[in-house]
Design a protein around this ligand. Sequence first.
Ligand SMILES: NC(=O)c1ccc[n+]([C@@H]2O[C@H](COP(=O)([O-])OP(=O)(O)OC[C@H]3O[C@@H](n4cnc5c(N)ncnc54)[C@H](OP(=O)(O)O)[C@@H]3O)[C@@H](O)[C@H]2O)c1
Length: 303
Amino acid sequence: MIKRVLITGANAGLGKETAKQLASRHEVEKIYLGCRNIDKALAAKTELEQITGRKIFHILKIDVCDHASVKTAVQELDHSIDALVMNAGGTGGKNFDHVNSNGVTEIFAVNLLGHSLLTQELLKTGKLTKIAVYAGSEAARGVKEMGMKRPALPTSSEEEFTAICDGSFFGKSQDATIPYGSIKYMGALWMSAMARRHPHVKFITMSPGATTGTEGFNTLPTLKQYLMKGMMQVMLWLGKVHNVEVGAKRYINGIFNKELKNGVFYASKNGLTGKICDQSTLFSDLNSTEYQENAYRAIQRFL
Ligand SMILES: NC(=O)c1ccc[n+]([C@@H]2O[C@H](COP(=O)([O-])OP(=O)(O)OC[C@H]3O[C@@H](n4cnc5c(N)ncnc54)[C@H](OP(=O)(O)O)[C@@H]3O)[C@@H](O)[C@H]2O)c1
């Protein structure tokens, strides 16, 4: 039974929709809305209570880019959670390549480092009991339809992954979509390594697929934002992407579908929408225990 769930980035987009869909399941008794902005969190809580008719939403202040905030949030959790949805993330804001006080780029911090710390702290305190779902992306294996190449890592060594964490791997680029794919690739590898280390918890990387109707592109430069949003709209008409209800349903599937295998990264079988499959059947590097361990060790250097 999944009774208590924590979702990071729960005030918008896929996170908020996931909270809504979870509330339609009667066994779910408490949903922690992990948010960094209290005003936005309160607005989301009110909206969710109105839509679902349930008063099961609790705000947990957490900024996944701030290690102190992550540790405080874990301390403040008044109960263990059965499921964690590591959803906060995206293209990392206007200063995505800025290196923060932990030595990693903003885009790395929000998509991966903060969630690694959060999971570690939850496990250390016995507050995560059943399942962890990480927001993956098809960008981790390349997306021809969006002009995104497969991450080009010649060796997937610990050093290469360390250079992804601190951004030095990418040099000076104004394009956040370039580190994004490599970081989501690293995230999927890290989840597989975690599955080996913590067999009492199930670790599923699940891409929501290309999803319109979220705030995902809002921090891109204006021109790029319009281009991406325009392209998504055209792709929605063509049936190549889906809406936020469908995207969030994938997380729900990740939590409840017992047939999904521990440590595996699931995303679209073809393109960016439709059926899902084990992504290592499309990109075998994801299956390498050596690469998984390299990704894990690189992350540990910054925790
Ligand atoms: N949409 C897609 O097509 C797609 C495809 C594949 C994967 N994904 C992944 O799905 C996840 C959600 O994407 P989305 O499209 O729903 O994005 P979104 O609408 O922009 O929502 C992102 C959420 O994350 C929160 N967030 C950002 N930085 C945070 C931080 N430092 N600490 C805590 N929360 C933070 C945001 O809060 P604020 O409101 O405070 O900024 C917001 O609630 C991301 O991990 C993304 O990479 C999305």
